[in-house]
Design a binder for this molecule. Sequence first.
Ligand code: ZN
Ligand code: ZN
Ligand code: FE
Length: 771
Amino acid sequence: MSLSSVFSRTRMTMEVEGAVQGVGFRPFIASLARRHQLGGFVQNTMHGARFAFEGNSKDVARALKDFNTLPRLAFITRKTVCHDEPLHGDTTFRILSSDFDGAATAHILPDASICPDCLRELFDPTSRFYRYPFVSCTNCGPRATIVTGLPYDRPKTSMRDFSLCPNCRREYEDLSDRRYHAQPIACPDCGPQLALWDKDGETIATRDDALRIAARAIVEGMVVAMKGLGGFQLIVDATNEEAVRQLRVRKHREDKPFALMYPTLALMEDHAILTDAERALLSSAASPIVLVKRKHMENVSTRECYPAHNVVGERNPLFGVMLPYTPLHALLLKEVDRPIVATSGNRSDDPIIINEKEALARLADVADLFLVHNRPIVRPMDDSIVRMTEEGPLILRRARGYAPFPVRIPDGTHTLLAVGPQQKNTVAMGIGGDGRVSQHIGDLGTIATEESFIHAIDDLKMTFRATPDLVVSDLHPDYSSTEWAEGSGSRIVRVQHHVAHVLAVAGEHGLTGNYLGVAMDGTGYGLDKTIWGGEFFAVSDLKIERIAHLRQFRLPGGERAAREGYRCAFGICDQLHDVETNDLPFMRHIGENEKIFRTMCEKGVSAPYTSSVGRLFDAVAAILDVRHRSGFEGHAAMELEWCADRGASGKHYDCSPFRITQETDGCMVLDWREMITSLIDGMRERIPKEVLAAAFHDTLAHAIVMIAQQQKEERVVLSGGCFQNTRLLETTIRLLRESGFVPFRAEVLPSNDGAIAYGQLVFARQPKEVS
Ligand code: ZN
Ligand code: ZN
Ligand code: FE
């Protein structure tokens, strides 16, 4: 090697896309250049950022190695690198201003949990941010919940009315400071402040006093409504059974589990079994609620801090836990020093409340005190919920920390608005190759959720200054979202619910060409006007054809069957003619209505047909005497999964498989009759229900593989709400791989209806003939 090559100069450039604006990316690149004595520049672009390094080739190589330690909130979705560019003779490094109109392409970043540096300052008596509940920096703090418009800049946030004090201004303008261009920056001298109100909105205390009194009230057993990051939360002491009971009564929430916030990871680890992946997720910038395995109270050393039994329910093997993700939460939890219940501030299933007036009006008989502040929340943001699986994180609710970062869709010129389904509604806008999915809105059908549905649509239009020229909705004529679309006066495309489920997962992975699409779901309106939910589709670039489905059964009482699983069990058993089912435990719930039920099924009067796997789960839960009624959506299926997970050491039950039959039109049918009969036989042989529940999960996973083997497409897309069941998901994926298939699952978006709006966008970008 010659001397000249050792000391040769070189220039490289890189274009990056992803979350690189407003996250300290430019100062990061500038500091790399400084550290390695490189010249060049860095600049924001329409799609992200671009930079050049020029200098000694060894130094450039070292800088690129360090490039992998990106700032906490930055992530790159695409990069284009050019080495050996012509030299410009740059010896200094410059941050160039950008003069583009980034309105349509810049991203609104998700909110980020408090970073370790800010947390240190929060509890450091010598810091000017000591005990300041709104400390933040470039690496943490609010984003989506304060942005009013793009490009992201202080005047376009809800911080615009707080003018920077000289200290904050200095840090904001100092390139070497952690708060350089940190838009939400504020301190006790210039930023938002806390206040504690009674039910009439009278101020009881302000600033640190407000926080300390609120903490004491929680310890005393009161319900405190706290204005958090993305809305009001209702908070009670989780170790106080009576306080939790009060909250349930006042909120009209009977048995749906509450999420817990722990003061420290150490205390959490005493109460729950955490894996490394779960620990990392809990302390990530997203800091979601993570569903983890809980320990029994007998096995913990801090029993006095163990959550009361009515927080998640006796039988629930899981805890939904999170760590304090804002400085406000960190201060409060330090004060109360025990786990708290922190649940959305609303009544039952209404959307989360974001302003003080509404909170006082709607939570007056729910909360005893209101801990508020004067930083306006621009858009609501619930806590996200994630569960770790063998396959990585499974998003159950996508909101804080994830939304509204865009998810790619096939590129196109139309501006699309997808209005989503009825339940777990989200809306989405498709601009170019970006699908912008709103945060979780909730179940439509109440005035409050429909208002927030309309707000979310207006928000998308205003933020991205876009007018949709095509509206995409579900096929279901009675969904509120469909009705809104019909009334919008726009051109409309309607997409069958399970087609949207399949395309949502395929879209995330950018799949084109031929594959098998599987939708295992609760309910959706089918092409034949029956209720679908166990569907298999052969997908190609031009067509999507239903090639198999679950054998249909009747749901006596229609929609009530979703909450009363014994109705599903009746509909199933009604088709088992050679089997005695009258003495099964679920029949108790039918009692003298048996004749009426029988007639309903025979005549098909208010007993619609369904091919829903979700309802099959409800039926099996009732047949196995695990759960006959659901207190919330998916309740019975969840208990069936827990039951299977409890297992019965090493025991296995040979359940009869599903049988594949053919309909006259060639469509395959998954017939469950022998499988169910075999489960009933197991009951009579007194096989533990844990073993039977496990056998049911396995048999269903096998059935999916059987259809895949018939269809012979290598790629299999798994979609729909039933794949929130970790056991079903993991088993199906494992069996498919063992048989040589390549399975795909929901990764970025939920597997449930939260992904429907996105699936609708994907369909509208590449419409297919559906049959
Ligand atoms: Zn920070
Ligand atoms: Zn200040
Ligand atoms: Fe669905």
